[in-house]
Design a protein around this ligand. Structure first.
Ligand code: FES
Length: 181
């Protein structure tokens, strides 16, 4: 199984990150609106474009706020409650601001027995996050534990945004972080 870095090559989530206290700036304007309109034509109805529309929102803002959900709902003629139901169902959507680099470490048993917890500790320590789910003071990193990433033979597998990294150890964590500094 090959899990080299993705085509995004360590690209960060794109700009526009802001905290929950900032006013919502509409995402679906100009080019992004055109992209969404094009996307909708490829689906049988507007509702079917909900997941990619939410992905576009998260890509632009770094997370999915309530105001963002309302904007998507309006774009796709859905109710905000319906959109919220979908967002809360899928773990891939961030419902709170996260760091520019979102680090997911598999700690399910097969990786756990190979030392995944030590990898998590090294990430929390070296990023300055300190705790799971807490963003580092410089806003760069958020670390979470996740269930099996499907690379059990390559403990410890880690995802940094869209990049898939294999065989990460506490010793290689500083090198990993350097790539995203
Ligand atoms: S248990 Fe970690 S990738 Fe499967």
């Amino acid at each position: 199984m090959s899990h080299g870095p993705s085509a995004s090559g360590g690209a960060a989530l794109k700009g526009g990150h802001h905290g929950s206290g900032d006013p919502h700036v509409p995402v679906f304007t100009g080019e992004t609106r055109t992209k969404l309109d094009d996307l909708v034509t490829r689906y049988p109805n507007k509702q079917a474009a909900l997941l990619p529309a939410l992905w576009m929102l998260q890509d632009a803002r770094g997370w999915v706020s309530e105001e963002g959900m309302a904007e998507v709902a309006q774009m796709l003629d859905l109710t905000p409650a319906y959109v919220q139901g979908v967002v809360t169902f899928y773990t891939m959507y961030h419902q709170h601001p996260v760091g520019k680099y979102f680090i997911q470490v598999c700690t399910t048993s097969p990786c756990g027995v190979c030392g995944a917890e030590d990898v998590v500790k090294a990430f929390l320590d070296k990023t300055g996050c300190g705790e799971l789910g807490v963003t580092s003071p410089d806003g760069k990193f958020t670390v979470i534990e996740v269930e099996c990433l499907g690379a059990c033979g390559f403990a410890t597998p880690v995802m940094v945004n869209a990049d898939f990294l294999e065989s990460v150890t506490p010793e290689t964590v500083p090198d990993v972080l350097k790539r995203y500094g």
